[in-house]
Design a protein around this ligand. Structure first.
Ligand SMILES: [Zn+2]
Length: 103
């Protein structure tokens, strides 16, 4: 099992996945990287090695989308709220067992 980190990239990253070596185009913003070599990690390797970090990235992206949509309106659209709720539920069920008891 590789240690992984979440890092924020200012520009898109076009390097192979640090775990499987597949070509990977990672968008700017938060992404998953190997802790040791600092290479980007594809979603499927991230889900296999660190599902809680992938769920956290999904939650952050959903929150960013909802924040952008809701910036100029009073009531958020139901679809945006459901996306955020789904991402939050995925994160809460994907956390490592050691962190689930802390909540
Ligand atoms: Zn990979």
């Amino acid at each position: 099992m590789q240690l992984m980190t979440i890092q924020h990239g200012d520009q898109p990253c076009n390097e192979p996945c640090g775990v499987c070596g597949e070509a990977l185009l990672q968008a700017a913003g938060p992404g998953l990287f190997t802790a040791e070599t600092n290479q980007p990690v594809c979603r499927s390797c991230g889900r296999a090695e660190a599902p809680h970090l992938v769920a956290l990235l999904d939650l952050a992206r959903a929150a960013e989308r909802v924040g952008k949509v809701c910036r100029h309106i009073l009531v958020p659209p139901m679809g945006a709220l459901l996306d955020l709720a789904r991402a939050a539920e995925d994160y809460s069920t994907s956390r490592p067992k050691s962190l689930q008891h802390a909540a």
